[in-house]
Design a protein around this ligand. Structure first.
Ligand code: FAD
Length: 551
């Protein structure tokens, strides 16, 4: 007996799945920025293209979905009542970690001698950005491993012991001492209940014990607690000090890190963010006693850059979905992409992303060249907090607008937009929230006034003739020196970012894009919704550079 199909309607005009993509090949703005600011080498481009294909596959998108739909679970005790303090992750999370480590996002900038691998910084930033288009939670331990190495430089004996493990391209999720593992990951604990921005208020204590210290206290946010070691700040006799706390003690027993809870978070669900107490946990000093802030800044600056590239990835992940939808959805007898007002929205989003991306990769190149060039070091010092403030804070509004481009389909959990939307605010919060970034810019200016003047003079030169650039320079100068500069700090940071973005675009993108960015961002109105009137061929250029259709 056959059963007649029961169909009330035909399904049509729904967008096809994006499917397999190449996150390098279909992102022309990315290619321009890497060519402009990275080492222009064919082999790097070939490796980025292979990376883009790997990470743009449907299988990776599925890993991202599954890792977030099946968040990690804390096992405080084992079945017999012994303390376990372990977190279990879904296999999809391990797949993402495995691929990120194999691709070196956690360590590729570090040479065996602890210096930067020449030409690798921008390529690695591009990889971090592409991976962030796919999934952000796993990037927490990946970034931390990359960045913590910057703090380990303060303690050569730790560097000697840990760098070879960090540089391994094998992801080893086994819960055992680092010395027995094929590869390691690192996390960090600074934030306590009474304060995160003001780390000097930390109450966690450190007492010397043999070759190390015993740490007692707590951390209120302690992400990726299955890492093999953590940079931890604690009060020693000489003041706030940085320590490296391994997950296992030297005798092979589990170190006394007691995981109390996992946070129930807005987003970033694939990543476990714990609350932890240290019950006389073993740790080794990293840097001198009392120099905890100075030491850990070696890590913090690198993570701030990753906050920028991570947010850029979120923007791009959302933008490509919006463009894809608009290319396939018909409304009022026309494809959405051919509706003038939707084109204005999409091209305005694309313009924002162009500027932010060029700025992010320009900044990555300053990190690398800052090792030997004081102007680049000054650029990195000033522009890092400014760019973190602007790019990370722009991301939620950006994703929201991209989400709305999909209409109701943007708001449901089956698509990636809802996850990207929940993820979007995080990079602005951690590693120094918005106000802290504004204040940090002023601190940088105060400490290196001459360097700041040189950075601004160079930006003025690089943007000469672009609309609004001269006024922006004046605005920034006032923001650096005004008696009320503290309350101007957000505006100053944003304007500095926009100016630096225009300067970066002048190098990495066709002149028409740098011109448009300056016209719509420096000379244009600030604090409004997307949809600046961009039309004609410029809209085509912007949209195609954001997501090349033929790829
Ligand atoms: C998902 C997640 C994971 C995290 N993982 C980790 C981790 O692994 N390790 C870790 O150490 N931390 C972690 N954090 C903590 C994070 O770094 C802190 O939340 C952040 O630094 C802010 O600190 P706070 O929460 O104590 O806020 P506060 O320091 O209390 O700041 C609150 C607000 O006040 C503003 N503010 C502070 N000082 C000033 C001032 N002088 N003037 C004007 N405004 C000011 C800040 O910008 C912020 O907006 C994580 C946070 C989240 C959300």
């Amino acid at each position: 007996m056959s059963i007649a199909p029961f169909a009330t309607h035909e399904v049509f005009n729904q967008t096809p799945p994006v499917g397999d993509m190449n996150l390098w090949a279909d992102d022309m703005a990315l290619q321009g920025a890497v060519r402009a600011f990275g080492k222009p080498a064919k082999e790097i481009e070939a490796s980025l293209a292979a990376f883009g294909k790997r990470w743009g596959s449907f299988a990776m998108a599925e890993n991202a979905r599954l890792a977030n739909e099946n968040p990690p679970k804390l096992k405080t005790y084992d079945a017999k009542g012994f303390r376990a303090d372990v977190v279990e992750f879904h296999p999809a999370y391990h797949s993402l970690m495995h691929q990120a480590v194999a691709d070196g996002i956690h360590s590729s900038v570090w040479a065996a001698d602890g210096k930067f691998v020449p030409g690798e910084f921008v390529a690695r930033a591009a990889r971090h950005y592409m991976a962030a288009e796919v999934e952000q939670g796993h990037e927490c331990p990946i970034t931390m491993t990359h960045a913590a190495t910057g703090a380990l430089l303060a303690e050569p004996s730790l560097m000697k012991e840990w760098l070879p493990r960090i540089r391994s391209r094998e992801y080893d999720s086994a819960f055992k001492p680092a010395s027995e593992k094929k590869g390691v990951t690192l996390g960090m604990g600074m934030t306590e209940k009474q304060g995160g921005s003001d780390v000097r208020a930390n109450t966690t204590r450190a007492e010397p014990d043999g070759d190390g210290y015993r740490i007692t206290g707590h951390k209120w946010f302690f992400s990726a607690p299955m890492c093999d070691a953590f940079l931890v700040l604690a009060q020693a006799k000489g003041g706030l000090t940085c320590f490296l706390m391994p997950r296992f003690s030297p005798d092979g027993s589990v170190n006394a890190l007691r995981l109390r809870r996992l946070k129930d978070k807005l987003g970033n669900r694939s990543n476990a963010s714990s609350e932890v107490e240290f019950e006389s946990a073993y740790a080794r000093r990293c840097g001198a006693e009392g120099e905890g802030v100075k030491t850990i800044i070696g890590m913090v600056q690198l993570t701030r850059l990753d906050c920028v590239t991570g947010s850029l990835g979120i923007m791009r992940g959302a933008l490509l979905q919006a463009i894809h939808h608009a290319r396939h959805r018909t409304v009022f007898q026309k494809k959405l992409i051919d509706q003038p007002l939707m084109r204005a929205v999409l091209s305005d989003l694309a313009l924002e992303r162009e500027g932010a991306l060029a700025l992010g990769l320009r900044l990555a190149s300053a990190f690398e060249h800052g090792e030997s060039d004081s102007n680049e070091a000054a650029f990195a010092r000033l522009v890092t907090p400014a760019a973190k403030l602007w790019v990370c804070k722009a991301t939620p509004g950006f994703v929201y607008e991209a989400l709305e481009c999909l209409g109701g389909n943007g708001y449901v959990e089956e698509g990636p937009l809802a996850r990207l939307y929940r993820e979007a605010p995080l990079n602005a919060i951690w590693e120094g929230s918005g106000n802290i970034m504004g204040l940090d810019l002023l601190r940088g200016v105060g400490r290196e006034q001459e360097g700041a003047e040189r950075v601004l003079a160079k930006l003025a030169k690089d943007t000469a003739g672009l609309p609004g650039a001269r006024e922006a320079v004046t605005h920034i100068q006032k923001g650096f020196t005004d008696p009320d500069r503290e309350i101007l700090a957000r505006r100053t940071s944003e304007t500095l970012s926009l100016l630096a973005a225009a300067a970066a675009l002048a190098v990495s993108a066709p002149p028409v894009i740098a011109e448009a960015f300056a016209a719509h961002r420096l000379a244009g109105l600030a604090g409004r919704n997307y949809g600046d009137p961009i039309g004609g061929p410029l809209a085509d250029v912007l949209i195609d550079r954001a997501f090349a259709e033929a790829a």
